[in-house]
Write a protein that binds this ligand. Structure first.
Ligand code: ATP
Ligand code: MG
Length: 313
């Protein structure tokens, strides 16, 4: 099924939020679908947390509409919020109590959360064995997993997590990634995570939305990004006289020549064109000392899309 055939679980329509004279979120629109992990990618101060706080009801947009499972948050608040779970800031917990008791207390906020459901979410986040230890003995990663368990208690079909991998070690990130993918791909939950790391989004998400200075610049699928990275190619040609080579190639490959160095130059062509390019060089009198394919990375494609304006790690 393509996303256009599915009903969105979350619709953000022309949402704007200003703080004083600062526009933190500027006319942002996007949709989140069941069964996907959607990444909200942007540098510090881009507006990620502000959007997430508006979705979670921490504050209202100045303009625009937020619809959750078909319910407008403004006019049908309870219905809209009944099936959404999330972590915005560090979840509040009683440190002297166990994870299980914390979840029990939290469950009072929702109707119909059974002890079985508490076991289920503990299992889901891999905390079953330590569930009866006091939270103060937990590592940061474990605390974050209780937060996720808490957010999942009432079976939400929309899960919103603000920078959920912050402070986790690589193993913890890996575990969280697996949990979120499983929730989305196997249980059909619509998952949205924010991050400032493209490498993290690449491994976790199906689609990403790139945000900067409050504006959503582009939404693209990770597959598309990867495909573009794999198919966009360039070659580095080694020759004793790159300036001469550039001159020979300039007519046919005008704007595609770059990085002219002391014994190399780069040319943006694909593999169907390399033969012809080398022939042109040789017949023009250039010597070819080597030809090497330059792979384009996901970062290169990302920088190309964003015009190089966003620094990523
Ligand atoms: N309560 C507030 N009052 C005033 N300005 C705010 C408030 N919350 C956020 N801002 C401003 O809004 C902009 C967006 O902030 P936001 O926290 O949404 O960014 P972010 O993308 O989550 O960044 P980070 O990666 O650092 O978490 C920033 O310029 C920030 O200073
Ligand atoms: Mg933030």
């Amino acid at each position: 099924m393509t996303s256009s055939e599915r009903k969105p679980a979350l619709q953000i329509q022309n949402v704007t939020k200003t703080f004083g004279r600062k526009t933190a979120v500027d006319n942002v629109s996007f949709e989140l679908y069941p069964g996907e992990v959607f990444g909200f990618l942007g540098p510090n101060g881009a507006g990620k947390t502000t959007i997430i706080k508006m979705i979670m009801g921490f504050f209202r947009p100045d303009e625009g509409t937020i619809i959750i499972n078909g319910y407008n948050r403004k006019t049908h608040y309870e219905a809209a919020m009944s099936s959404i779970g999330g972590i915005v800031e560090n979840p509040e917990m009683y440190n002297t109590l166990s994870a299980r008791l914390n979840l029990k207390m939290y469950a009072r906020l929702h109707k119909g959360v059974t002890p079985e459901r508490i076991n289920e979410v503990l299992e889901l986040v891999g905390l079953s064995e330590r569930a009866d230890d006091p939270v103060k003995k937990y590592s940061l990663g474990m605390k974050q997993r209780i937060g996720l368990a808490q957010a999942m208690l009432h079976h939400p079909n929309v899960l919103i997590l603000d920078e959920p991998t912050n402070g986790l070690d690589p193993a913890g990130i890996h575990q969280l990634r697996d949990i979120l993918k499983k929730l989305a791909h196997e249980e059909g939950v619509a998952v949205m995570v924010s991050s400032h790391l493209l490498s993290e989004m690449q491994l976790m998400c199906d689609r990403i939305g790139i945000i900067n200075h409050g504006k959503l610049l582009q939404i693209c699928s990770i597959d598309d990004l990867m495909h573009r990275a794999q198919t966009s190619s360039a070659y580095r040609i080694k020759t004793s006289d790159p300036a001469k080579a550039k001159e020979i190639l300039s007519e046919a490959y005008k704007n595609r020549i770059s990085n002219v160095g002391s014994d190399t130059l780069d040319i943006e062509i694909d593999e169907t064109q390399i033969n012809e390019c080398v022939r042109t060089l040789v017949s023009g009198g250039s010597d070819i000392l080597g030809v090497q394919k330059i792979e384009s990375s996901l970062e290169d494609v990302f920088l190309e899309i964003t015009g190089g304006g966003i620094q990523i790690e």
